[in-house]
Design a protein around this ligand. Structure first.
Ligand SMILES: Cc1cc2nc3c(=O)[nH]c(=O)nc-3n(C[C@H](O)[C@H](O)[C@H](O)COP(=O)(O)OP(=O)(O)OC[C@H]3O[C@@H](n4cnc5c(N)ncnc54)[C@H](O)[C@@H]3O)c2cc1C
Length: 287
């Protein structure tokens, strides 16, 4: 069995977005006596909501000053969030726990998941996500962050970090769970020797063995969502009362999306409450 891999932060891959079919859109403008309109953004995710919004009032002719950024800000101010649904972002997210994904898939409107199957994929060497509260203090986090920047993947390779009693107990538990998973999976497989279909045998063994894996088992998920849905996720999951791991993901999502589409996500600010907990705020909630 390989070394235990303990994950301390999610990895985000923005794998998909959109394109604007410029020729076709220009044809629309020409056909409607607006040949000269040009958006001030080159980003499709910012341009498509503007196009959708302007279409409603056919307001391509005499745009107000401020360009795309001002237009989208006005959409946020007036709460006409439906046009933000024209912008779509696809993320692959790894290094998150099954408890996190169980929470994030509760967002039903405009967010589509595809998640790693625990029936098809062998979890004998699965990684576990360290719940943020099990790191004893900020000094310990700094050690972990610096090591990760140096490419250290396994927390056990960090003798200098200040392990807590709770961390040690947690680690023992996940090692035990992983051993028990492998044992069960092998045992069930051999009990099913009589089943000719090897894939069916493996699936049956894994679906039963996964029952002993904890909530902190690492998983991978692809989430495609429109900008309005991502905003709802960021607001709800970036709140001070949210689960610490999903709050960390909300901050990571915001970081990527603010670079990718500042007009759509630039209104968010990070604040710190009296207990030192960072949270995400905006004057334009739930557009
Ligand atoms: C801190 C925190 C604690 C939580 N604790 C719990 C818990 O203990 N137990 C639990 O079960 N859940 C819990 N949740 C999940 C929460 O109840 C929501 O299910 C989740 O946050 C998704 O929110 P949403 O419905 O706004 O999102 P979405 O499902 O994405 O919906 C977005 C918006 O679309 C509209 N909408 C969506 N579906 C409908 C519909 N069917 N009818 C009418 N309008 C609709 C609503 O305006 C909704 O806000 C918690 C969430 C947070 C942030």
């Amino acid at each position: 069995m390989s070394e235990l891999h303990i994950i301390t932060a999610p990895s985000l891959y923005l794998v998909g977005g959109q394109v604007v079919y410029g020729d076709e859109f220009q044809q629309f403008l020409d056909d409607h006596d607006n040949p000269d309109w040009l958006s001030t953004t080159s980003k499709p995710s910012e341009m498509l909501p503007e196009i959708g919004g302007r279409l409603c009032y056919m307001s391509f002719k005499k745009p107000r000053p401020g360009g795309n950024a001002a237009y989208i800000r006005h959409i946020l101010e007036s709460g006409h969030g439906s046009v933000l649904e024209h912008a779509v972002f696809s993320f692959i997210i790894t290094g998150v726990s099954r408890s996190l994904t169980h929470e994030i898939i509760r967002h039903r409107a405009g967010l589509s998941p595809s998640q790693l199957s625990q029936r098809y994929v062998d979890e004998s060497d699965v990684a576990f996500v360290l719940p943020p509260a099990l790191v004893p203090n900020w000094a310990a986090w700094k050690v972990i962050e610096a090591a990760r920047a140096d490419g250290v993947k396994d927390l056990d390779d960090l003798p200098e970090w200040n392990r807590s009693v709770t961390f040690t107990a947690w680690r023992e538990h996940v090692v035990h769970a992983r051993n028990r998973y492998s044992w069960l999976s092998d045992a069930i497989s051999s009990e099913m020797d009589h089943v000719a279909d090897a894939t069916a045998r493996r699936k049956a063994a894994r679906e039963a063995a996964r029952s002993v894996l904890p909530n902190c088992t690492e998983t991978k998920i692809m989430l495609t969502g429109n900008a309005r849905a991502w905003r709802n996720v960021i607001e709800q999951r970036g709140a001070a009362g949210a689960d610490a791991e999903i709050r960390r993901l909300a901050f990571a999502l915001l970081g990527v999306l603010q670079v990718e589409a500042p007009a759509l996500f630039g209104d968010y600010e990070v604040k710190t409450n009296e207990d030192g907990v960072d949270w995400i705020d905006t004057p334009y909630r739930k557009v």
